[in-house]
Design a protein around this ligand. Structure first.
Ligand code: SAM
Length: 246
């Protein structure tokens, strides 16, 4: 078994990047050298005797265990974009801004034979994302540090999907139209309604078709002895506007 691995006890998860030193958890200290003799599915104990299950680091852990710089997009929203765009695994994707790299990582993971170009203007965030991509073993991501608005001019009509989660997204809309191949999709994520309306209108102006604005709300079910009811951890994350170049 090789690093990285995930240690799980109840609802607590830890990402371990090397099998040396100590991991201080809120349930006690784990000597990481002991992991060298273990396999996935085994358990390891803290000095207080609490067991942690050893699991592989998978895409389902990206959102939970990536180091966070700016707030990442949640899997429920990324999943909507991937399905709505009918993403094929050999696509060319433009992602701006990179932020913590969660969106770019999911795009790269589900785009095994393709490439992701991700652009971030703040070098310190790009560094966090780079480390996340390395931990996740993702090799099909190309990082650019700079302003996506000017970098967009360097690309031709070659992208299958452009995803924007950044400032100046309205300004990016016509540029995204030029960068997309025929039948390619633009998806824009925004936490606020005013900005969502602005990009929606700009997408219509720029010639995008089938433009839709929506929100994905995840409602969990709580099963109790007295009955079952819905509960929502986080009600609102962001609005997504999607349109197609046809
Ligand atoms: C909310 S974060 C993106 C989170 C990312 N989608 C994720 O899932 O981890 C927005 C990022 O856009 C970057 N940004 C804002 N304007 C930008 C621009 N014009 N060019 C490149 N990056 C930009 C910010 O620095 C920030 O890191």
């Amino acid at each position: 078994m090789k690093a990285p691995v995930v240690l799980k006890s109840g609802k607590n998860f830890y990402l371990v990047s090397e099998f040396s030193g100590e991991l201080h958890t809120h349930k006690g200290i784990i000597r990481l050298e002991e992991l060298k003799e273990k396999d996935f599915g085994d358990t390891i104990r803290t000095h207080l005797g609490v067991e942690f299950k050893i699991l592989p680091f998978r895409a389902s852990d990206f959102f939970r265990l990536f180091k966070k710089a700016p707030t990442p997009v949640m899997p429920k929203d990324i999943g909507m974009v991937i399905a709505h765009a009918g993403l094929q695994p050999d696509s060319l994707i433009f992602d701006a801004g990179t932020g913590s790299g969660v969106t770019a990582a999911y795009f790269a993971y589900f785009n095994k034979y393709g490439e992701v170009v991700t652009v971030e203007k703040r070098p310190e965030f790009a560094k966090v994302a780079r480390e996340n991509f390395r931990m996740a073993g993702l090799k099909n991501i190309h990082q650019i540090v700079g302003d996506a608005v000017s970098i967009a001019d360097c690309f031709k009509k070659e992208f299958d999907l452009v995803f924007l989660d950044m400032k100046n997204d309205v300004e990016m809309v016509p540029k995204a139209h030029s960068m997309l191949r025929q039948a390619g999709f633009l998806a824009i994520y925004n936490p606020y309604i005013e900005q969502t309306r602005a990009v929606y209108e700009k997408m219509l102006d720029a010639g995008f078709k089938d433009v839709e604005a929506f929100e994905a709300i995840k409602v969990n079910l709580e099963f109790k002895r007295v009955g079952t009811r819905p509960f929502v951890n986080i009600f609102h994350t962001g609005y997504i506007v999607m349109g197609r170049k046809v």
